[in-house]
Design a protein around this ligand. Structure first.
Ligand code: DX5
Ligand code: ZN
Length: 221
């Protein structure tokens, strides 16, 4: 659990012809993490970018690289994302047959491990792994695309994860991913979120540094 919430801009919404520049603008505004969305066209109905994209983003910044794998068979790609600069890799509970093994595999490279969960998946499915993970990525949209609308029932799920953490004395961070805007970022933090992913609300802004500052002020003030 972090003292103050972390903003993690998702570069999925960035202008890839100016990726380095836009990442620098986001960090200039105060973004602490950079969120990378990896999509395989099978687990989710869209293809984004792979380890090469993470490597390029990593070269543009010294910030923490938070890599969200929306792919089947993630274990086969763990090493390539570690080499590309991932500081944390998250796998979807819905995409792996042996979640404990996948989490241990990530940790064996000396980086942090997270589990991601879709809006319609029962939180009970990740209950047995909560002791092992550094991060829970709570999807607040159905994964696959940026720019979707926040699903309001996600707030109760954030709260449930925060309650479980307190009750069991655990220390995983709770990340909210999808549809986070100036209007709802504060309610996510109030419900117990530690890391707020924001794609279009950061990169669709005309002035990226000031939008990042605004989001951070909104969630901390
Ligand atoms: C959705 C991705 C999100 C997404 C967030 O599949 O995991 O990280 O890019 O983008 P916005 O903030 O536009 O919903
Ligand atoms: Zn994501």
């Amino acid at each position: 659990m972090s003292a103050s919430p972390i903003l993690a801009p998702s570069i999925l919404a960035a202008d890839f012809t100016r990726l380095g520049e836009q990442i620098r603008q986001a960090t200039e505004g105060g973004a602490q993490w950079i969120h990378c969305d990896i999509m395989d066209g099978h687990f989710v109905p869209n293809i984004s970018y792979g380890a090469m994209g993470v490597d390029a983003a990593n070269q543009a910044t010294d910030r923490f690289m938070d890599v969200h794998l929306m792919i089947f068979n993630p274990d086969s790609y763990t090493e390539s994302f570690v080499k590309a600069g991932a500081d944390l890799l998250s796998v979807h509970v819905e995409a792996v047959a042996h979640l404990h093994r996948s989490i241990q595999h990530i940790k064996s490279f000396g980086i942090q491990a997270g589990v991601a969960i879709n809006p319609a998946t029962s939180l009970s499915l990740i209950d047995p792994i909560l002791e092992e993970v550094d991060l829970v990525v709570l999807m607040s949209v159905n994964p696959g695309f940026g720019g979707q609308k926040f699903i309001p029932s996600s707030l109760g799920r954030i709260q449930a994860l925060a309650d479980t953490r307190a009750r069991r004395g655990l220390s995983y961070k709770i990340e909210v991913d999808g549809g986070v805007t100036l209007d709802n970022i504060r309610s996510c933090v109030d419900a117990g979120a530690d890391v707020l992913v924001a794609g279009s609300s950061v990169f669709a802004a005309n002035d990226i540094p000031s939008r990042v500052r605004e989001l951070i002020t909104r969630m901390t003030a």
